[in-house]
Design a protein around this ligand. Structure first.
Ligand code: ATP
Length: 248
């Protein structure tokens, strides 16, 4: 059976400041329950693609000028970011973006405010996050600004989970982290996918790791998808091996 298409990006163009054409016709599909990787080097347009989906481009003077974005078959390009979160789509930004002066637990709680949950539901969600990130439970009273890079990445993902999303757009989770931590974070993403049924679209420069954990991959170069396929096939593809797997 073919998996239900949750997110469909059809031939989108994105322009910044009315003049800078960054995405030149990007199409991709994210099936429900999958981990889909969007790969490519610095400046290829990965972050722009994620922000187009979560409707975070407006604040950066970016605009989708062509194509369409559908979530569960419905056009979502005109919604604001908060409405996207209500639909079940949340983005974890590159660079982690914790509230440095709040504790780890206060940071997590900010993720639940969008959905008017009861205290009981919020406590259950906190328990869920702590079950996947036991380290955050140990650190829950620490000021987020004093936790490590890996812990801050966990906080960023944990906070997203507090909004009970269906789809998580994860931007560059490996950035700035030691290889062991990268493995740990990706392992947790895989667990969340398998056990909680969360769908992931993740942007990564680290092709090697991403293709080991994802089911399907798209490779973006200068604003165009140049290749796509099941992760296992991309890993064996000679061009991918030469141009992408050698690097990481
Ligand atoms: P990175 O790994 O560096 O985040 P990326 O693949 O995510 O790379 P984007 O951040 O989407 O790439 O950037 C794609 C291109 O768009 C780059 O050339 C970048 O300079 C340009 N760009 C990004 N944001 C803006 C903006 N707000 N205004 C103008 N140009 C931008």
């Amino acid at each position: 059976a073919t998996a239900e298409k949750l997110l469909e990006v059809n031939n989108i163009e994105v322009i910044y400041n009315h003049v800078i054409l960054v995405l030149k016709g990007v199409s991709l599909h994210v099936p429900k329950g999958g981990i889909t990787a969007l790969l490519g080097g610095n400046g290829a347009g990965k972050t722009t693609t994620l922000k187009a989906v979560s409707n975070l481009l407006h604040s950066e003077r970016g605009e989708v000028t062509k194509g369409s974005i559908l979530y569960r078959g419905e056009r979502v390009a005109d919604l604001d970011p908060a409405a996207m979160v209500k639909k079940g789509v949340i983005q974890v930004m590159e660079g982690r973006h914790c509230f440095e002066h709040l504790t780890v637990e206060e940071n997590l709680l900010t993720g639940s405010y969008t959905r008017g949950a009861s205290k009981g539901e919020i406590d259950a969600d906190l328990d869920l996050v702590y079950s996947y990130f036991p380290r955050l439970k140990e650190r829950r009273k620490s000021q987020a600004g004093y936790t490590s890079g890996g812990e801050q990445q966990m906080v960023a993902i944990g906070r997203a989970i507090m909004s009970r999303p269906e789809t998580v757009l994860l931007d560059e989770p490996s950035m700035g982290l030691a290889p062991q931590l990268v493995e740990q974070i990706f392992g947790i993403v895989k667990d969340l996918n398998e056990k909680e049924g969360l769908t992931f679209l993740l942007a990564e420069q680290n092709t090697n790791v991403a293709l080991r954990f994802a089911h399907y991959g798209y490779i973006l170069e200068s604003g165009r998808i140049v290749m796509d396929g099941p992760a296992a096939e991309l890993r064996e593809n000679p061009d991918v091996k030469e141009f992408y797997l050698g690097m990481s």
